[in-house]
Design a protein around this ligand. Sequence first.
Ligand SMILES: Cc1cc2nc3c(=O)[nH]c(=O)nc-3n(C[C@H](O)[C@H](O)[C@H](O)COP(=O)(O)O)c2cc1C
Length: 249
Amino acid sequence: MDYYKQIFKRKSFHIFKDTGVITDDEIQRLKDFINIIKPLNTEIKTEIHIVPESETTCKRGGQYCILFYSESKDEYLRNIGYIGEQIDLYLASQNIGALWFGIGKPNDMKINGLDYVIMISIAKVSEDKFRKDMFKSKRKPLSEIWNGDTLGIAEIVRFAPSACNTQPWIVENNSNDLMIYRYKKFGKRGIMPAQKVRYYNKIDIGIFLFILETCLEHENYTYDRILFADTSDDSIEKTLIAKYTYSSK
Ligand SMILES: Cc1cc2nc3c(=O)[nH]c(=O)nc-3n(C[C@H](O)[C@H](O)[C@H](O)COP(=O)(O)O)c2cc1C
């Protein structure tokens, strides 16, 4: 899978229109792909189920919803973000449009003892419906999310998707270390309760880490990753999430 290429193509299909049909073969290939996904944390049990969108509260014109279930332990939210973004990018490669859908609920909030976390709604769309110029997408300026040398990756990583486009990340490049923070500006209140924002932003961070790693690999960097527990209740603005010590191949 050329994940890097799909970063430029993917986008959120907030409403699906003029859709085709996802075939049984395509679903089988998606399931085969799901079986080879690499999680951030192999110790956290997860299950992924694919159900008709009509069996959820999501009404965006998708054919199916991909439901993510997990043990609610450790950093399970970022683990789901990391796993789900691999699927999001895979779907773009198959001309299957996707929408991370945080506010949806499935019929089953628990499966095999695992808690429902989030869903992605999907539908078959034609290639020309995907993103043509990623650089026109709305994002924070680079200077707000990245300090230090950009390594040719910051310019791309900044297009990672996030709930309500919050982009809750800051990276500091200290010579050979990328310090990754989850960032929540003090006093900035949107329509969502703080606890919900934190929940989604922890998923966002997993999405961001996967896209960051994809970009590092594309630019021929090797890295050692150290992950930190994200225990902050947002009494601080910047919570250290991960440290990547990188070097050129
Ligand atoms: C964790 C997560 C949850 C999201 N939840 C919703 C949602 O409930 N409804 C919606 O319309 N879009 C949702 N989105 C899509 C974001 O609004 C979208 O990713 C963001 O605006 C950036 O746009 P892009 O994905 O087209 O690059 C969600 C995205 C993420 C990553």
